[in-house]
Unconditional design. Structure first.
Length: 380
């Protein structure tokens, strides 16, 4: 999906623009803590077009994801998709499973040039999905949208949140993703921000098991698999390859040697124009109303530090996989207030490391097992 030649110091693989925080849903994990109404000061249509024009300065074919809230809560969304497409951007979208997502509107988006639609599915049945989304009917609307997208020849991506409430449904969701004809399954490991702060994350050991399972099924499913806010999936995949083939660290097979983390290959523009390394790392490095998006991404101190893996501290800083992983900078910030600290969801401890371990491990009464300690005879 992402060209391997992109230099993340110069441009992001993914640029997300949060069109609005308005949404009919009140999802349990919502980063944006969405509200039914649009904010009166969100970027206007004209400001949005200026933002899209500036995004072209990153280079040809820049990937732009329109998110929310629910991006379809704005009346100008299709117009913005068409404008971005005309500028040469690859326009994609993550709409909410609400009444706004009608087959007619999906067709209009496809005709405007939308390249992909990402739909969220957090339960394999209406009862579990709707409970998580806090809205009856969301499951059925999502299924209808997926069918409508396929009829419009619009590729569909499925996003799934992984937390204690949803993790046991992943095997069944795998079958559902295949049935929907999705091209990609994006598995998002919860970052406790916004409403998601009240949810229970899975343990590092459970996360390791899930990632091993994802690696195992990747060659047997008709869609791609990626993780969001869990770049140590790369480390798990590389370790499995070492165990099976006796090889040393290699690339991930899609032409990139480094993982995408907040600020390094990833940038987020809020509905008010603030530029963040990620929507899950709410530290602003500037605002597009007064500063250049391109300059903020390339030259701000925050983004530059996040791109320098030698700045990482704790076991992430000592990790031999830090170049291909880098840890979730968003989760590190959510737990410690320091975006350069260790990612507490990763249970891997580098061989010989004797420094501090994440404080959250002690609070949760968790200790790493040999399964995820460097130097163990087997990976699992």
């Amino acid at each position: 999906m992402y060209p391997g030649t992109i230099e993340t110091e110069e441009r992001p693989f993914v640029l997300i623009w949060e069109l609005t925080q308005a949404c009919e849903l009140a999802c349990k994990h919502c980063r944006a803590e969405a509200d039914p109404d649009c904010h009166p000061d969100e970027l206007t249509t004209a400001e949005g077009k200026e933002l899209l024009e500036e995004a072209t300065e990153f280079g040809d074919g820049q990937l732009v994801v329109l998110s929310g809230g629910d991006p379809l809560a704005r009346p100008d969304t299709t117009e913005l998709v068409r404008y971005g497409t005309e500028q040469g951007l690859r326009m994609t979208m993550t709409p909410s499973g609400t009444s706004s997502l009608t087959p007619r509107r999906i067709r209009a988006l496809a005709d405007a040039g939308l390249k992909r639609m990402a739909l969220s599915l957090d339960g394999v049945t209406a009862s579990t999905h709707d409970e998580f989304r806090q809205e009856a009917g969301s499951f059925d609307e999502t299924m209808t949208a997926a069918r409508a997208a396929r009829e419009s020849e619009l590729p569909v991506q499925i996003n799934t949140t992984v937390c204690r409430e949803t993790v046991d449904e992943l095997p069944a969701l795998r079958e559902r993703v295949a049935d929907l004809g999705a091209v990609l399954w994006s598995v998002f490991f919860l970052v406790p921000v916004g409403r998601g702060a009240v949810l229970d994350p899975i343990s590092p050991a459970r996360a390791e098991e899930v990632m091993e399972w994802l690696c195992e099924i990747q060659g047997d499913v008709p869609f791609g698999i990626k993780t969001t806010e869990a770049p140590h999936y790369r480390r798990v995949a590389l370790q499995q390859r070492v165990d099976s083939e006796g090889e040393g660290p290699v690339s991930d097979g899609i032409g990139r040697q480094t993982g995408i983390v907040a600020g390094d290959g990833f940038a987020f523009v809020s509905h008010l124009g603030d530029v963040y390394p990620s929507g899950f790392l709410p530290v602003s490095a500037g605002n597009v109303r007064t500063e250049s998006l391109v300059e903020v991404y390339r030259k701000s101190e925050l983004f530059q530090r996040l791109r320098n893996r030698d700045e990482l501290t704790g076991k992430c800083g000592a990790c031999p996989y830090r170049a291909v992983c880098g840890g979730s900078r968003s989760r590190a910030y959510a737990y410690t207030g320091d975006p350069l600290a260790s990612d507490p969801l990763c249970g891997f401890v580098p061989d010989g490391y004797d420094g501090p371990l994440p404080e959250s491990w002690e609070r949760q009464g968790w200790r790493p097992s040999e399964a995820v300690v460097a130097g163990a005879d087997t990976h699992r």
